[in-house]
Design a protein around this ligand. Structure first.
Ligand code: DER
Length: 237
């Protein structure tokens, strides 16, 4: 099946399994796969008259726009700091459920919302599965940084862990990408010459002054739904 069909399959399966009449607050992730999840939620709200009280907390400007476009109830962390289920995509999921996120540049609010949720449910197409982190996603691990510190942080990451951390440049704007929170993004392409302890790496990265957040989701995902090429759904937990 086409990639979009695989994304849709994963999204609809996860929504139907995890968004029930008891679900009050859902975190809405960012990217392309989540669009199918929001479409399924909207279908159940508007066609089936279900989930009328569901409140959707966004993880980016994009997610907020999506919630508004489908006329769903928009929430925020001020009013809804405790989230039942967060649903989000990922760039890669390894065999231990470590995620790389941030391909869409929204990792900061995504990780915050995921941290406020009882469970993070990941939806992805089959191209996101890997045995060892970095096998599929070759664009590096996104790291959100305070703009003034992007060069010293780059140098420190490369000194600590090797590889290369590059500033993510905008395409339709001169200069670097600016995130929804006004920060820069470094994409750290590591050399998987040795098995990294990703929890250790994540903690060390977070200790570098100026690092705001990393796209390493080490112990966040509760369950992952992969839409497979043969039209089945593979669940990993
Ligand atoms: O940027 C992100 O973390 C997004 O969730 C992204 O990784 C998933 O994007 P996709 O659903 O378009 O593949």
């Amino acid at each position: 099946i086409a990639l979009d069909e695989a994304k849709k399959l994963a999204a609809r399966t996860a929504v139907d399994e995890w968004i029930t009449e008891d679900t009050k607050i859902v975190g809405i992730g960012s990217g392309s796969t989540i669009v199918f999840a929001v479409q399924r939620i909207a279908e159940r709200v508007w066609k089936e008259g279900a989930l009328c009280d569901l409140i959707c907390v966004p993880t980016s400007f994009q997610a907020r726009q999506l919630i508004l476009d489908y006329n769903l109830n928009l929430g925020d962390l001020d009013r809804n700091p405790i989230i039942d289920i967060a649903i989000d995509g990922a760039d890669e999921v390894d065999s231990r459920m470590v995620l790389i996120k941030g391909g869409g540049g929204c990792l900061l609010q995504e990780k915050i919302v995921a941290s406020c949720a009882k469970h993070l449910i990941v939806i992805a197409d089959y191209t996101k599965r890997s045995l060892r982190l970095g096998e599929q996603w070759c664009k590096g691990i996104p790291i959100e940084v305070t703009p003034i510190a992007h060069v010293p942080i780059k140098l420190k990451i490369e000194a600590l862990f090797g590889g290369e951390a590059t500033l993510r440049m905008a395409l339709a704007k001169a200069g670097p990408i600016i995130t929804d929170s006004g920060n820069f993004l470094l994409d750290w392409r590591f050399v998987a010459k040795r098995e990294f302890d990703w929890d250790e790496v994540n903690r060390a990265l977070m200790m570098i002054p100026g690092v705001v957040e990393t796209g390493l989701f080490v112990d966040n995902a509760h369950k992952c739904y992969f839409g497979m090429a043969d039209g089945t759904v593979k669940v990993q937990n």
